[in-house]
Write a new protein. Structure first.
Lengths: 430, 208
């Protein structure tokens, strides 16, 4: 029965009350409006008779009634209509003095209106100095939609809409303020089907229309805010972020380049490659983190064990300090302009693959690096293959060294690059 | 592309109606465009799918996710990668710190070195140098020496300083000895004879 517009978060009940009401209004049948038209004319006259002394107040009341009628519209229109007619006739004199409390209790039957009622209660207290304003006609659900539609026909309509407009723009308690803007928004929609639009156009100056549009954006903003708050996500952008598609695209591309800048081996610039590289890099980072954690753990265990041994006066050092149960494994690749390094570690064996484009004396430099990093080369093989110099180093980590894959790769690349930069193009004597 | 075109071809082949032929003719006119279009379309579709698949894969890696749309996938990945990088830095700093505190390492290598020379003696491996000439000024060497920490580096350094370059190289360690078999080249075009090279190498090994 109630249709919630998809743009807002249903968790906020207050907003829901209003929005769902207008969703309903939007979903209402045109037919119902027309049916109400006939009644509305009579009511209009009635209302105006009664409220002539205070047109603004009365108009506001009528507006409020209209809002309520929106909500109630989908309930039993026919029965209520007749009921209302009768009440209008009977209680004409009591309209202004209708007790507000009655209003509250009387509306329990309507599942929707309590929300709206609560809504209106707040502003009512703060806004309206005249507490005599009653929601008397709330029981009469159909202060009809048609009433609004009928307005263009009558002269007094202008009076009716002014206070509404006034309501929107006057400083109000924030709660009502936030919600009220939505009301005319919803208000607009059914009336747009009729000629009421022109009325709005007439009555509002350009400011008014703008106000509606702003509020429209404001409404969206509000709901999006709510959505953000509810989800607890740090989306960062609260307002409708991009006015043009181009801005959106640019922002999007900036994100991609930002991602690319994080990556150590950026190659292509197209999105698919960036994402692919990011995937590989993320996996590599995870491996590195695990490896480092393991190393730290081992170190700590080793130190503790050593301390224990010292206290126990054990002369022989514990060789197995480095084993903490799990196998250390890690792998990463680094690329620079001319060099490509692949480092794989399993337990204490490190395999380094090096591919070098330019002619540098790789063997010597890498061997030095290995010594620095406490790696013991067991096997080295490689040479000149096509355009490249490719070498494979099988090394073992000396006991006690806590070198990790990232460090190895970075160091090698660094050395390669510096050495290449240092040596001018060497004489090729092939 | 083949699949899309062939049904049309079949259609053309089996057409007997005037209507069919007319349709086929019309289709032929479109065919050129549609062929290119469909090729492009397929390529574009594949490209988009590739990107989509990869984005999903990226998303599956990142644990902290907010919304499920393309923009946020990239955003979340950025934050996650940055977080991981920070973790790596913290951990590696921690490791460095621990390293600086510990004084463990000095004891271990000496033991290895002791083992090496013992092993060599045990297996009867002797230090050795063999040099042969290959065409041009290429030489091929085979050197065996005792394994030491940084031994290979020393050997390489010495060779380089003498103007030699090891091209296709193979270095193996076994039983406490290091075997180097490599192509030896004179960088500066020196055509050192085999004997001279051999002597030099022996000298190097002796001084290691």
């Amino acid at each position: 029965m109630y249709e919630e517009p998809g743009c807002f978060d249903p968790n906020n009940s207050m907003a829901e009350g209003v929005y769902s009401g207008f969703a309903q209004a939007m979903a209402n049948n045109q037919k119902q409006f027309e049916e109400n038209l006939e009644l509305s004319a009579e009511e209009l006259s009635y209302h105006h008779h009664n409220h002539q002394e205070d047109t603004s107040v009365s108009a506001m009341e009528l507006e409020l009634q209209k809002y309520l009628s929106f909500n109630v519209e989908n309930c039993d229109n026919n029965t209520y209509r007749s009921h209302m007619m009768q009440q209008v006739v009977d209680d004409r004199n009591q309209l202004l003095s209708y007790d507000h409390s009655n209003w509250n209790t009387g509306d329990i039957g309507f599942t929707q209106t309590p929300d709206l009622l609560n809504l209106f209660q707040l502003p009512r207290c703060s806004l309206l100095p005249n507490s005599s304003i009653s929601f008397a006609n709330s029981n009469h659900d159909t202060t009809p939609l048609g009433f609004i539609e009928d307005l263009p026909a009558s002269d007094s309509t202008s009076v009716l809409y002014d206070p509404l407009f006034h309501l929107n723009l006057s400083p109000q308690p924030p709660l009502f303020r936030e919600l009220l803007p939505s009301i005319p928004h919803g208000y607009n929609l059914p009336t747009s089907r009729s000629d009421a639009n022109s009325l709005f156009g007439d009555e509002r100056d350009s400011n008014g229309v703008k106000a509606y549009q702003d509020e429209d954006g404001g409404m969206l903003e509000f709901t999006r805010d709510m959505a953000c708050i509810v989800r607890g996500s740090g989306n960062g952008k609260k307002k409708k972020p991009f006015t043009t598609e181009r801005q959106r695209r640019e922002h999007f591309n900036k994100k991609y380049t930002a991602l690319r800048n994080l990556l150590p081996n950026p190659s292509k610039i197209d999105r698919a490659s960036i994402v692919g590289d990011a995937i590989e890099y993320t996996k590599e980072l995870l491996r590195t983190v695990n490896e480092l954690k393991l190393l730290v753990e081992r170190k700590r265990c080793g130190r503790e064990r050593i301390k224990r041994h010292k206290t126990e006066d054990d002369a022989v050092g514990d060789v197995e300090q480095s084993y903490s149960g799990s196998l250390r494994s890690s792998w990463l690749q680094r690329k620079s302009k001319d060099t490509e390094v692949d480092v794989r570690i399993i337990d204490d064996e490190v395999t380094i693959k090096l591919v070098q484009r330019k002619k540098i004396d790789c063997l010597l430099f890498v061997s030095k690096v290995l010594d620095e990093l406490h790696l013991d080369p067991h096997h080295v093989a490689g040479g000149h293959i096509g355009d490249y110099y490719s070498y494979l180093f099988n090394t073992k980590i000396y006991e006690g060294s806590s070198v990790y894959a990232g460090a190895i790769a970075n160091k090698i690349i660094e050395v390669m690059d510096t050495e290449y930069a240092a040596t001018p193009s060497t004489a090729t004597s092939i | 592309m083949e699949e899309t075109i062939s049904p049309e071809m079949e259609f053309l082949g089996s057409a007997s109606d005037a209507l069919c032929i007319a349709q086929a003719r019309r289709r032929q006119v479109y065919d050129d465009n549609s062929m290119y279009k469909s090729k492009n379309l397929h390529a574009e579709r594949r490209r988009r799918q590739k990107l989509g698949d990869r984005l999903l894969a990226l998303r599956s890696l990142v644990p902290i996710i907010t919304n499920m749309n393309k923009a946020t996938i990239v955003e979340d990945a950025i934050t996650y990668i940055q977080m991981l990088q920070r973790n790596v830095k913290v951990l590696s700093d921690q490791l460095l710190e621990m390293d600086s505190l510990s004084v463990q390492e000095d004891e271990e290598p000496t033991r290895d070195e002791i083992n090496a020379s013992e092993q060599m003696k045990k297996y009867g491996i002797k230090e050795d140098v063999k040099v042969t000439g290959i065409d041009g000024n290429k030489l091929w060497i085979r050197v065996v020496f005792e394994k030491k920490r940084g031994g290979i580096t020393k050997f390489l350094e010495a060779s380089t300083s003498l103007g030699f370059e090891l091209t296709d190289t193979n270095v193996t360690t076994s039983k406490g000895a290091i075997l180097v078999s490599s192509c030896f080249k004179g960088i500066y075009g020196n055509a050192l004879g085999v004997e001279q090279t051999k002597k030099l190498l022996q000298e190097i090994i002796r001084n290691m």
